[in-house]
Design a protein around this ligand. Structure first.
Ligand code: KG4
Ligand code: ZN
Length: 333
């Protein structure tokens, strides 16, 4: 069983052998945070506290199991909001202690990667993963279930963060990614922006965000009104083309046969269509089911399973780690 509470979703799931979802309960707080235009950390923590018990019970009920059937408790301990993470970590520690079950600490980002194992039961490392979430943007070589090598990553904002910020400027409600996705499908990508790939092959999204803001402000000063759909389509193309182009470069250089995509932005329809074009060139492209792209506990359980069979356990000293990095991730400064 796994518990996930790193941001604004309270989630619990039961997964068998790392691959088969027996239950997957996700309780989203989006409606609450929408009132404030983004996630309010203190409110997120309080809501996790209120619902975590109910969510765990629901996950057991949906799987038709009792706590005594569970073999181990996995929990997200970072990266994320410290107060939110602490709710899941404390709850998982309590459960593991009360039931005498092993406790497994899971890195949220590695969890996103493992969402692919639940969609493609035959997928095994090595493969190359494009990680695209609200907090992280990177290309990772997945060497085996425990070891990851970060090829490149963002030097500033994450791609999902850029979607959310641009949506805000366009006056769209939180979370902006799905809203921009919908709007972009009605627009033409008629504005061009600089590439998000930096000169040394990393990603940078803050310049793109500023370019969109400048475009809108300049039009406003001239008394023109731009089509939001055209702006959304142009932004989407710039934001996603960089990811896919850099992924293609990496695949060409490494000769990888399989790529997998992970994180909330993997739900983007333009990204999904560009990746299916890549697939036509003989590459295997794995995309998690839409329901597994965003935050959920099934992906945490899958990652936890591989620690379980490798005897990697945590103890009661486990703490939340809000700035947890991927193993092998180098700082840019
Ligand atoms: O992976 P995730 O659920 O949370 C983090 O761990 O960060 O990613 C959430 C991000 C948000 O920024 C959201 O706007 C974005 O994923 N997102 C999308 C789409 N659906 C979610 N971005 C673009 N297009 C989408 N369809
Ligand atoms: Zn996430």
């Amino acid at each position: 069983m796994a518990i996930e509470s790193s941001c604004d979703e309270t989630a619990a799931a039961v997964v068998k052998n790392g691959r088969e979802i027996l239950s997957n309960v996700v309780l989203s707080q989006i409606d609450i945070h929408r009132l404030y235009g983004g996630v309010v950390p203190e409110i997120a923590s309080r809501n996790h506290v209120e619902v975590v018990d109910r969510v765990v019970k629901q996950a057991l009920a949906d799987a038709n199991l009792r706590l005594s059937d569970i073999d181990a408790i996995a929990v997200t301990y970072g990266a994320g909001l410290v107060g939110a993470l602490l709710v899941g970590v404390s709850y998982a520690k309590g459960l593991s202690q009360a039931l005498g079950l092993p406790l497994i600490a899971v890195n949220h980002i590695e969890g996103h990667v493992c969402a692919n194992y639940l969609t493609y039961t035959d997928l095994t490392p090595p493969y190359t993963c494009l990680l695209t979430s609200g907090g992280h943007t990177a290309i990772i070589n997945v060497l085996d279930y425990e070891n990851y090598n970060v090829v490149c990553s963002t030097v500033d904002d994450a791609v999902g963060e850029a979607f959310d910020k641009v949506a805000r400027v366009l006056g769209l409600p939180y979370p902006g990614g799905p809203q921009i996705d919908r709007l972009a499908q009605q627009g033409k990508p008629c504005y061009s922006f600089h590439s998000v790939i930096t000169s040394n092959g990393n990603f940078s999204y803050s310049g793109l965000k500023t370019a969109v803001i400048n475009l809108l402000h300049n039009a406003e000063q001239k008394g023109e009104r731009l089509s939001s759909a055209d702006v959304a389509a142009s932004f989407t193309r710039a934001a996603i083309d960089g990811l896919v182009d850099r992924l293609q470069q990496e695949v060409t250089a490494s000769g990888a046969h399989t790529v997998a995509v992970a994180g909330g932005v993997a739900a983007n329809s333009y990204l999904r269509s560009r990746l299916s074009d890549m697939q036509r060139s003989g590459l295997r492209v794995c995309l998690p089911k839409l329901s597994l792209c965003g935050d959920n506990a099934a992906m945490i359980a899958s990652r936890g399973y591989y620690s379980y069979i490798d005897n990697q356990f945590a103890d009661l000293t486990l703490n939340a780690c809000p700035t947890l990095k991927l193993r092998g991730e180098k700082p840019h400064h």
